[in-house]
Design a protein around this ligand. Structure first.
Ligand SMILES: [Zn+2]
Length: 339
């Protein structure tokens, strides 16, 4: 009970890339980069195990950014002539590549890191990829001319990679869809339709992570405009409850999401965010257990998985380590209290 896990990303060590950044530059190149990525993956697997996490991940150590780390492996995208685009419904501007031809996977995107992770842990292994809607919101389109067509095209590639990851021994495949909170109506319709295409034929556990973003300034400023109650989830949770996705990862601790919205996910596993990624203050195990206790009013205990609110990528590594420890200890305390 209360198997705990993380949303996905973890900070990159100083010997791999720049630190405390969302789009860090690699510190080394070529074979040294491959070695540094592997070492960073092993370091974080051990740290997650030591912290008592039950479902671990590669911490996204092999990709520069969670969306572009996948796009690098897709043919039909022009990275040379990036354009400025407002993303997450114009919350902030980013320089994005363009789809310019039919999309196709060049090769396996994440085989190396998935196999390294699988070979070095006996814990359940989760692997994260960007969801189709979030990709569409992070790329310009000069070819498909229709966001839904573009999303389905990406969903087919994600599905191809997901089936291969499952064959590599991955237990949980999670798609990250922060864009759902920016386009709530579309999320309920073509957002979920594209996710269904992405999970077609998978036998492993499937998950979607929907958050309010990393603790970066643009997100913190946006959150201030959302008012006292953040009700975005309400628009698409009922459709998600009816979907074939098995797990939903959401923000809870320190967020303004009314916790009773979790009731809308009846029948799903709920990955409840009990660790705030927008604050450097480390939660105590008691606080984590209290958040789990509150969520239990809305989620049955066999369906509740304590998790982080979002990825920890831009954080200080020592703080991230302490937050993982708080997560593991808090889940253990909750097992004693509510088990
Ligand atoms: Zn997130």
């Amino acid at each position: 009970m209360f198997e705990c896990t993380l949303a996905g990303s973890l900070p990159k060590p100083f010997w791999l890339s720049e630190t405390n950044k969302l789009w860090p530059q690699w510190k080394v190149q070529g074979p040294e980069l491959a070695t540094a990525k592997r070492d960073a993956t092993l370091f974080w697997l051990k740290a997650q195990e030591d912290a008592g996490l039950d479902i671990v991940s590669d911490g996204e150590q092999s990709r520069q950014h969670f969306v572009h780390g996948f796009l690098e492996f897709v043919d039909g995208i022009d990275f040379e002539h990036k354009v400025k685009m407002g993303i997450r419904n114009n919350r902030y501007d980013a320089m994005v590549p363009k789809a310019v031809a039919p999309l196709k996977l060049k090769d396996r995107a994440h085989q190396t890191e998935a196999r390294i992770a699988r070979a070095h842990t006996r814990k359940k292994l989760k692997f994260t990829m960007p969801g189709p809607m979030t990709i569409v919101d992070t790329i310009a389109d000069d070819y498909y001319g229709d966001r839904v067509k573009l999303a389905i095209a990406f969903a087919e590639l994600l599905n191809q990679e997901a089936l291969a990851l499952e064959a590599d021994g991955v237990d949980v495949i999670q798609f990250d869809e922060p864009a759902f909170n920016a386009f709530t109506k579309e999320a309920a319709t073509w957002g979920i339709e594209a996710l269904h295409r992405a999970i077609d034929g998978l036998k492993c556990t499937t998950a979607v992570h929907i958050c309010y973003g990393y603790g970066i300034k643009a997100n913190l400023d946006w959150k201030r405009t959302l008012g006292e109650e953040w009700r975005q989830y309400e628009a698409f949770f009922p459709a998600l409850a009816k979907s074939r996705i098995q797990q939903v990862s959401l923000e809870c601790h320190h967020s303004h999401v009314p916790p009773d919205l979790m009731k809308l996910l009846e029948g799903k596993d709920v990955l409840v965010g009990v660790i705030d990624v927008a604050s450097d203050i480390v939660e105590t195990p008691e606080e984590v257990a209290d958040t789990i206790g509150n969520a239990l009013k809305f989620v049955p205990k066999e369906r509740l998985f304590p998790c982080t609110n979002c990825g920890l990528a831009p954080m200080d590594r020592e703080i991230a380590l302490k937050k993982l420890e708080a997560l593991g200890k808090g889940a253990a305390l909750a097992r004693k209290r509510y088990g």
